[in-house]
Every structure is written in C-alpha cells, then in structure tokens.
Write a protein that binds this ligand. Sequence first.
Ligand code: 5CA
Length: 439
Amino acid sequence: MRLSRYFLPVMRDTPAEAQIVSHRLMLRAGMIRQQAAGIYVWLPLGLRVLKKIEQVVREEQNRAGAVEILMPTIQSADLWRESGRYEAYGAEMLRIQDRHERAMLFGPTAEEVVTDVFRAFVKSYRDLPLNLYNIQWKFRDEVRPRFGVMRGREFLMKDAYSFDLDEAGARAAYNRMFVAYLNTFARLGLKAIPMRADTGPIGGDLSHEFIILAETGESQVFCDRDLVDMAAPGDVDFYGDLQPIVDARTTLYAATDDMHDAAEFEKRVPESRRLSARGIEVGHIFYFGEKYSKPMKANVMGPDGQEKPVHMGSYGIGVSRLVGGVIEASHDEAGIIWPESIAPFDIAVVNLKAGDANADAAAEQAYAALTKAGRDPLLDDTDARPGTKFSTMDLIGAPYQLIIGPKGLEKGVVEIKTRKTGAREELSLEAALNRLSAA
Ligand code: 5CA
C-alpha cells in the first residue's frame, strides 16, 4: 500500500474522551471512529488488524475440528421464547419490530439459532460430535459501553457451539475448545489465563473465562504465576486425550475478585508463586448440557435406539475486543507494537525525501521487491517532514521500518528499525531487502 493513496486519518493530539491506552491509540492511529455510543466504524488500518485476528481465530477453530457457518445478526423472538430466554435476557437485548409487527432482535449470542439449525438436520448419534461456529457481529445494549472496542454495544464475536451425545462427549468437546483457545491467544502474542467462571445468562455448570493480564483490565485477578508462564500446547491430536493439558491449567489456582476474596487466595498459593494483577476477559467457554436442547427439542437417536436431548456447550472469543486487548498488552510511549502475526502491515518503508530521484528510486525498488516476496509493506511516499513520518510509523506499529533517505544512499546504506526494541541497523539496500523478505 502507498500511503499517498491510502486512508490513514491519524490524530496528533490525545483524544480527551479515551480513558485507556488502547482506546487512545486506536483513535490516534486512525483505526476506528465512534458512530454512536459503543458503536464504531472500522477504518482501513483497524479493519486490517480485525481481519487478521479473525483469521487466526478461524484457523485455530478449524484445526480443533469446528466447522464454520454464518448466522444472521437479526433473529426472531419466537426462537428465544422457545428456550425461555426472551423475557429473561433483559434490557441488554435490542428488540426490533418488523413492518408486520413481528418481534425480532439483534442477536447478543446464538444458542437458539444454532440449536434450530441442528434440530433441522441432525437426528442420529452417528453425525456427532459436531461443532459449528461463526464469526459475526453481536449487539448487547450495555449499560456502560466504554474503553472503545473493549466494551462496545456492537462487537465482533467468534461463537462456537458443540453437540454431543452425552456429557463425556461434551467434555471432550469442551477440552478441544479449551486447548484451541490456549493456542489462539498464544499466536496473538498474548498470555491468557483460564479461570473457573460464573455462567451468567448463558447458563450451565462448567465454565472458564480466558483472561489476559493488562493494567487497565476490568477485573482483578489472583493466580498462580506458573499458570502465566506455561507454554501453549501447540500441535496436539484434538481427538486424543486432552484432559492432562486441561488439568495442568485448571488445578493451578486462578480467580477474579468477584469469585473469592484476596485473603482466601493468599492461603492457597505459596507466596513465591502468587500473582495479583488486572485482567481483560477475551474468551469464555461454557458447558450447559441440555439447557437449550431440551426445551427446543433438539434430540438425537443414541446407539440404543433411544432419543434424547443433545448435550451442548458454547465458546466465545471477543474478536473486536482482542484488537484493544493486544494493544493494552503491547505498546510504548510512541504507539502500538503489533505482534508480527496480526500487524496491519509487515514493514513500513519510509522515503525520507519524496521527490529526490535517488530516494524515490530506492523506495520504489524496496516496495516492489518486498511485495514480490509476499510481504505486505506500507510505503510512505508522501512529502511530510521526516519527524512526522517517524512518529506516524511508530504510532501505527509495523514490526519493522525500512528507512531510506538521500544522505544514507550517498554512503550506500539504508536503515532497518525494529519497532519493538528500537534497535537500528545500517546496511546496504540489497542486504536490507534480503533480510526483510525472509523475516
Ligand atoms: N454464547 C456465549 C459463548 S459463544 C457468550 O456469549 N459468551 S460471552 O457472553 O462470554 O461472550 C463471549 C466473549 O465476547 C467474551 O469473552 C468477550 O471477550 C466478548 N464480549 C462480550 N461482551 C462484549 C462487549 N460488550 N464488547 C466487546 N466484547 C464483548
């Protein structure tokens, strides 16, 4: 992408309305614009990151055996009456009437819709296990939308739903999602801690939240430090026994402040391993058995010929919340530091003097070579001052900057700056391109 032809409305000043760093940086970097309280336009830079996070989430869902579908944002109230949740869900549900005065709603989650899909097509245990997921916009009329995309009213969620014959099958499905989540968050450069959680309006009796540590997190968390340092499982057999991987995490102590008081925590974990921090919930998984399948009559025939309600779980990831979450976990004074896996651009090519024949030629050569090598560079070919260019590139946080100017070229060198460490290195254009093409 050429900056001269792009749309990157960066802001120099710190926006007064933003209370936390990720919100400030997302506004300053021209990633989002608020349209109404808790409702955002995703500008080109923000959209790139959102799509990359979505793709990582998708790949890890697929790897764990989940199958992607796309459900509508608008749902009929009748389905929610069947499950009994229509009245119970309360003021967070945005209720809509169509021209025939039929009651509709903007989906805050999709247990009812997916259960309806399931019961229409699946009748036998032979078609199980099944896990259907979608990545779709949700709406919850939050009392206090705040912190930008962290607590929006409209937000992008990955929601998966598992269907099994019995509780043992459902627990295996739960474990597959549990492990997929550990891998997903690790690929996003995050340390996510699984914690036993309340099930709230989704219901059920087994649930974990996945919490990333960040100073501005909405919940206070207490946990065993070993949990934070544990490596992601990586390449595993998702249909093998995942219980040991889950047990290794769930037997270590972790809690949020609404679950246990600090004093009781303190007693359970040796002082040397105690961690008390703030955290952000980026994922939440639930096993709730027959809660929806029973009232909605989603039955399957077992091997014994008997029909019974299918056992279900649901598994959410806050995809749009993660954009803010990653920034909370990875930034400095100058701006965002994207992990390579989800950076909006891999490399920022900075032409320090657009209009200078040598600088233009070298910058164009770099842009063409990096593009050809399959990298995704952003070329700053504008005539802004070098200081402005540097601060914009630091703000938007591409992992590498390739800085090209007439003075360096006279000496036969360009510069590579690594955003994360600030390390700078002078080398020939050819060496720089070899390095960055391979990175
Ligand atoms: N049906 C279940 C799982 S699919 C469900 O809705 N779970 S949830 O309520 O916990 O939401 C899943 C994830 O969506 C949360 O972990 C959180 O990361 C994200 N999320 C929830 N509310 C918001 C919000 N208001 N703004 C941004 N993200 C949100």
